[in-house]
Design a protein around this ligand. Structure first.
Ligand SMILES: Cc1ncc(COP(=O)(O)O)c(C=O)c1O
Length: 396
């Protein structure tokens, strides 16, 4: 299904080797050591050899940032204490009166931050449907500085045509920064900088780390001016990840390519099972031929992640009963770990949207989101099946 020729042939090697050269360490460690020191000795006052203070830089963070940049064919990567810290740092590039144009169909926490917090700092945010790139371009205002969207919308799994969107925005306003949250797709399946995006944001807490044991965010870019400003903000605001978390992510990253392949094959099997299930009204998965943007998804991505959403035949009672009955899937709001997770967006990830906003984008009470993990596929499907039986949902 994925066009292998569009895959970066060196991806697996970069994950394992970029930034990790043992010769940089005193003991030639093959696995980069965790430096817990917050301070680094200066040979003479004001002479900084490698690192000064861990907020401004740290050996293992530097290893990780080099590796992350290479995955997106980027010059620069910066890491943060969470995905939201990366987002807030990016928004800190703006000044009061600046406008940020966002897709309406984004992670609820990002929507909450933009609509309830950034606005207090005088950043004017508006939310529109990003389906048509020309419509997005027509909503640019003279003070628009950032266009923000997610490569696959959450939780409806709609695909944004990244290249057309960047072209449409930059044709009218070349200086506007187009920023994509690529957390669902990962650089393994899509490298947005090559499609015209200015900054890629990741909630590294998801697939990039992949083990649901640490929070982290990153921003990657090829724009030196933007990088310098972001680096200044990273040092100044201090929302940096700990050395230990950098170690965990650097370790988790080593298997990203293998994990994504299995997430894809498991998710495709689940999507096909759901698609013909009598208690399921509709399935949203970018790897299904029935997805309205299947062609676009396949031309833009080299594969598909493990994220699926579907409408169970019923309402809140049936969707809740289904989730409560799951034995192996955990009910939780996150995604991208090796374990299968399930969520009810209307009650969990998207409560910051009003009911009217939720209805307008299709986040109904019977919409269930799955993050399909790496377990044996037969066990994943049998857990879902017993969930359907217990849900009380009727056959359609
Ligand atoms: C698509 C997306 N972007 C950003 C975030 C925020 O990331 P973090 O939880 O690492 O702060 C999340 C969290 O769920 C997310 O799903």
């Amino acid at each position: 299904m994925c066009a292998d020729k569009r895959q970066d042939p060196h991806f697996g090697t970069k994950l394992i080797h970029v930034g990790q050269n043992p010769s940089q360490w005193a003991y030639k460690d093959v696995i980069p050591p965790i430096s817990l020191s917050t301070v680094y000795n200066q040979p003479s006052p004001g002479v900084i050899e490698d690192f000064e203070y861990t907020r401004t830089g740290n050996p293992i963070r530097s290893v990780l940032e080099k590796c992350l940049a290479s995955l997106d064919h980027a010059e620069y990567a910066l890491t943060y204490s969470s995905g939201m810290a990366a987002t807030t740092s990016m928004v800190n590039l703006l000044v009061p009166g600046d406008h940020l144009l966002s897709s309406v169909d984004i992670y609820g926490g990002t929507h909450r931050y933009l609509a309830k917090v950034a606005i207090k700092a005088g950043i004017l945010c508006s939310f529109i449907d990003f389906a048509d790139p020309e419509t997005v371009a027509s909503h640019l205002q003279p003070n628009t500085k950032v266009v923000w969207f997610e490569a696959i919308t959450n939780p409806l799994m709609r695909v944004i045509d990244v290249k057309l969107l960047c072209d449409a925005v930059h044709k009218v306003r070349p200086e506007v920064l187009v920023v994509v949250d690529n957390s669902f797709v990962t650089p393994y399946f899509q490298r947005p900088l090559l499609l015209g995006v200015d900054i890629v944001m990741y909630s590294v807490s998801k697939y990039m780390n992949g083990h649901s044991d640490c929070l982290m965010g990153s921003l990657v870019t090829n724009n030196k001016e933007v990088y310098d400003k972001l680096y200044f903000l990273q040092c100044t605001t201090g929302s940096v990840p700990s050395s230990f978390d950098c170690y965990l992510v650097n370790r988790g990253l080593k298997t990203l390519h293998l994990r994504m392949e299995r997430h894809m094959s498991n998710a495709l099997a689940v999507a096909r099972y759901l698609e013909v299930h009598p208690k399921v009204l509709k399935v949203n998965y970018t790897g299904l031929e029935s997805h309205p943007q299947y062609k676009l998804a396949n031309s833009q991505f080299t594969g598909h992640c493990g994220m699926i959403s579907f409408y169970i035949n019923g309402g809140l009672k049936e969707s809740t009963a289904f989730l409560e009955a799951l034995k192996m899937f955990c009910i939780t709001c996150s995604l991208g770990g090796f374990e299968s997770l399930a969520a009810l967006p209307c009650k969990m990830t998207h409560t910051s949207l009003s009911q009217k906003e939720r209805l307008s984008v299709g986040i109904l009470d019977n919409l269930i989101r799955l993050s399909v993990g790496l377990e044996t596929i037969e066990d994943i499907i049998s857990d879902l099946e017993q969930g359907f039986v217990a849900s009380g949902a009727k056959d359609k």
